[in-house]
Design a protein around this ligand. Structure first.
Ligand code: XMP
Length: 509
């Protein structure tokens, strides 16, 4: 494994992605990690990430200098290289101006990290301070016009530094440099596959859980489904999944999930039908935050009541993913403004003293999908678009009634059917319908109509932090609109949402 020390660069998740794409396992840890803890991880190599600080700031993050004595290769990137320089007896010059953007790298020694890299190649710079004096044992291995020491190496101790960012696409040969570090310098082998991960993590779960039981809230989304399958692989029927039907699901969703998880995959599941309870608590509630809060609270109450019936339960499983873990452990992650309360983040049954099992906490989303495939999750669930915890409640603007739910379910069903038929389902981050509380006039078969408006939302995105409205073909939009107006009673107009995020959000509420 490779240890990545996180100095807070916006790119450090990318470093991890690059390493794992090379099928080498890696883990990101804060700079406060002790030398002992590093030894226990038994890394084949250490990468010090970039970061926003200057090594001369009083409180700038550093690593324990003992890290350089444990005999493991180290690669410092950007600020990470400067930390290395500072720790090993070199010097960094404080700069008045930041160097930011593309630069032409000239390779002085085409060996080590630069094996197979052209003499001149573009690289991406983003730094304030610059390397000024090399530590003993090092020599400069590449330069740019503004940065004479753009890269350095001490091949004897296997220490390397790159002032630029090899992990970003703007450094086209960066992948080769990272691979040279992983395979030539550290001697890593390509063993990180989802099959090996599944087996190892099933063993760990079994050892941690012992004879007791694990409870898991199954939503049908990729994360909770894959977590369930992995734990099931480890402890079989000692995993109890609880599926809360909040009455806010899409057409036939609960039925379909039941058939997949219970009949097909043979999981131990309890289905709780709580639709009536949710709807009565949501009666006449219009405010989006109030809706979310109510749904979050009722979900916990229902879930907890069901969980209390399970004897010997000591663990609660959650499908937490790596980006959330990194964010919460980052020394630099400040509090952000609450735009929408997400009920499934941080909502734990408090009455029960359950320990957490988070088997996906070191995986990125695409790895979770691969793992799902390895574990036999059906393709349509592996590639499911995200669906919000509060479900259709945040897609019915205004108050939520059975009648409106029924209308939206039909509209949504037609939309998804056509999106799938046209081959767009997997290309889109999300595609869904929203029911508006306003009516408009229409004409159908010579008669005046006065009915509701449905909005269609389809977006492309990488991580839901930003999103673009999808440029769906007009013909497809036409088919969707025609079918909805013709087939769903109560809707006589369809509009397409052409707003991106930001400034809009993906969901309307
Ligand atoms: P917004 O609307 O904030 O949504 O742009 C970003 C992404 O998060 C999903 N979303 C939720 N997911 N529980 C969830 O599990 C929630 O309460 C929730 N609210 C929004 C949304 O569908 C989009 O993918």
């Amino acid at each position: 494994m490779i240890l990545i020390v996180d100095f807070g660069s916006q790119y450090n998740q990318l470093i991890a992605r690059r390493v794992r794409e090379s099928r080498v396992y890696c883990q990101i840890e804060p700079p406060t990690i002790s030398v002992d803890a590093v030894r226990r991880l038994k890394p084949e190599g250490i990468i010090l990430s970039g970061g926003p600080a200057s090594i001369y700031w009083k409180k700038s993050p550093k690593v324990d200098p003992g890290l350089f004595d444990i005999g493991v290769p180290v690669l410092g990137i950007c600020y990470g290289m400067q930390v290395m320089i500072g720790a090993l007896g070199g010097a960094v010059a404080r700069a008045d101006k930041r160097e930011y953007g593309m630069a032409e790298l000239t390779v002085l020694h085409p060996e080590g990290l630069f094996k197979g890299v052209d003499r001149n190649t573009p690289c991406w710079m983003s730094h304030g301070d610059s390397p000024a004096k090399l530590p003993p044992g090092f020599h400069a291995t590449a330069s740019t016009e503004n940065t004479p020491i753009a890269a350095m190496a001490d091949p004897t101790r296997k220490f390397y530094g790159l002032q630029f960012h090899p992990e970003v696409v703007h450094t086209p040969k960066g992948k080769i440099m990272l691979r040279n570090f992983l395979f030539d310098v550290c001697g890593c082998r390509r063993t990180w596959t989802m099959k090996s991960f599944a087996e190892e993590s099933a063993r760990e779960i079994e050892a941690a859980v012992g004879k007791s039981r694990v409870i898991l809230g199954l939503s049908g989304g990729v994360d909770s489904s894959v977590a369930a399958l992995l734990i099931h692989k480890a402890i079989g029927k000692r995993l109890t999944c609880i599926f809360v039907d909040n009455g806010l699901l899409r057409k036939d969703e609960a039925k379909k999930l039941k058939s997949v998880f219970k009949e097909h995959l043979d999981l131990n599941i309890r289905f709780v039908n709580a639709g009536k309870r949710f709807l009565s608590e949501l009666k006449e509630v219009v405010d989006p935050e109030k809706k979310r809060k109510i749904i979050g609270r009722v979900f916990l109450e229902v879930f907890e009541a069901e969980a209390l019936k399970i004897r010997d339960a000591e663990f609660l499983a959650q499908g937490t993913l790596y980006p959330d873990v990194i964010e919460s452990q980052s020394a630099f992650g400040g509090p952000t403004a609450v735009i929408k309360s997400h009920h499934n983040v941080g909502g734990l049954p408090k009455k029960m003293k359950l320990k957490l099992v988070e088997p996906l906490r070191y995986l990125f989303k695409d790895e979770v999908r691969k793992l799902g495939k390895t574990l036999g999750l059906p393709e349509n669930l592996v590639w499911r678009q995200p669906f919000p915890g509060p479900g259709l409640a945040v897609r019915i603007i205004g108050d939520i009634t059975q009648r409106r739910l029924a209308v939206l379910r039909e509209v949504d069903h037609i939309l998804l059917e056509e999106i799938r038929r046209a081959g767009y389902y997997q290309k889109l981050w999300q595609s869904f319908a929203v029911l508006l509380p306003i009516k408009s006039v229409g004409i159908m078969g010579d008669k005046r109509t006065y009915e509701h408006i449905a909005a269609i939302r389809a977006v492309t995105s990488k991580d839901a932090m930003t999103a673009d409205w999808a440029k769906l073909p007009h013909k497809l939009l036409g088919v969707i609109s025609n079918r909805i107006i013709n087939e769903v009673r109560g809707v006589n107009r369809v509009v397409y949402d052409i707003s991106s995020k930001p400034p809009s959000t993906i969901e309307w509420e």
